[in-house]
Design a protein. Sequence first.
Length: 265
Amino acid sequence: MQNIVNTHHWLMNRNPTIKLIVLIASTLSVSFIFDPWRPFILWSSTLIFLYIITPYSFCELVSQQRPFFWLASIIFIVNLITRHGESLWQFGIINITREGMSVGMSLAFRALYIGLLSIAFIKSTNPVSLMTSLNQHAKLSAKVSYAVLTGFRMVQFLKHDWQIILAAQQIRNDHQESKSCFKYFKKSLIALRMYRKALFALLVNAIRRSERIAFSLETRGLGLTPRTIWQPVPLTVIDWLFGVFTLVFVLSIILGYYLIVSNRL
């Protein structure tokens, strides 16, 4: 998946801690909303905002959410056919209710909204800058921040290690197949056994690497003395204004819709 912003764009230069706070607060603000309109307005507003501040077109931004569209569709269908309430349409044992449609659409748009925020955060935030900012501005301990950063770096190596292990096992498997003929189901069993051994080898390799990294961090005295920061992450007035404006905008949509509905009732 491509980066949603480039290194010289506006969102990339915002403080990672502020962006993380906005992500968490925005996610929590829609956690207890079950009408479809507010999540839809927030999702569409976020799309428009990202369209303005990023070099990507509207269609490209939507295509970034393809996995979340599948998730939203599943959530909507499950709620549509399983929730009880006022019946809108019935075919056999399938009963579509008004409540199921409303809650299903709400949860679906909620998933799209949270997914879009998560994609924007991940693709516009450098992991090193995030951990440095959390340690510098959120006062996160050096042990936790460096441990999380190290774990993130280790996850990046897993794909490469997995490919190497599979390639090595494939070489041995090809050597075995040259001596005798295997039927299709035997090849399938061999493939399953190969993946099982590859997973075990990947786990062992990850454990050994984590032990070496933990020993290296301990020998360097991580957490014993205050740490200096090589490249401090700036926290400017623009970052604060970005966080405040975003949170006020989200809360205004949520509370404004609630007040409109209350006045109608």
